[in-house]
Design a protein around this ligand. Sequence first.
Ligand code: PEP
Ligand code: MN
Length: 354
Amino acid sequence: MDFERFKLPKLEQKRPIIIAGPCSAETEEQVLTTAKALAKNGVQIYRAGIWKPRTKPGGFEGVGSEGLQWLRRVKEETGLYTATEVATAKHAYEALKYGVDVLWLGARTTANPFAVQEIADALKGVDIPILIKNPVNPDLELWIGAIERIYNAGLHQIAAIHRGFSSYDKKLYRNQPQWHIPIELHRRLPELPLFCDPSHIGGKRELIAPLSQQAMDLQFDGLIIESHCSPDNAWSDKDQQVSPEVLDVILRKLVIREMKQSTEDLVDLRRQIDDLDNTLLEILAKRMRVSQAIGTYKKEHGIAVLQTGRYNEILEKRIMNGEKLGMSHEFMRTILEAIHEESVRVQIDLMNND
Ligand code: PEP
Ligand code: MN
């Protein structure tokens, strides 16, 4: 695929390209007030959701086509380019009719090849920039598949957005970053510009700055950040939105380092190791929590901590599975024994303390 940079005449291609704006367009006043403040911050493209995919019915599902007129006003009055999410062919037609400059596919849409194809067909031959978010599930092929469907419809001004991957465990992140996936996307499609959406990865405003910095250090081309003139009163995603003033501070503090070509591969690989180690630690901590819950149960029911039969079975099966995955018998035994020893220690501790 031969991707083209966004052909927006006033767009500065310098890293990072900033897209910012509210999760949702709510009222004409909120849309314009936010846009006017952001226009002063080096933001180049204004985002606002007009149609909102909601997990459950009954929530705010977006203002619909009416909001497209507000985006047109944003463009006229601030000079910002405008962007919105399209999830159906109808959305695509409407957005084009009102002159939206940039479209994006949401994570739920990318996960659905029928929906992506429907939008690709609706946009056939229209030369408009389009951003494609990763699917909600960590499936790189599905992400690339969506990019190919759009590309095959003749749209070559494409960029990808990394917005994290859905998981049952939402302790730290709303969506797990799993940085190795966008890194692998970059390895497979080096010409494809990459944006990071720290708002939807973090789910909390205090995570926007560190996640944005991480994306910059990984050589992402741009950021898409949710910003609202009154974040606490936002009708959707209020915990992860920041005011234009706070966004300004976040952007000023970003350190942009350029990478030497020769070490780029090594840095990528090291980042993957960092990321995988963090995932390992999170999983280990989760395992310890489950082990604690088992300890509590054993205590309440007068069951001994060490159940030799169960331990032998775990050890045998896990070592076999580990070997199938290419790891040595000795390594698997060492790791499993260390984990088991710590679980037993935690459970014995629990037994002897009230
Ligand atoms: C959004 O950008 O507001 C949105 C709905 O994001 P996602 O598709 O990443 O969930
Ligand atoms: Mn949102």
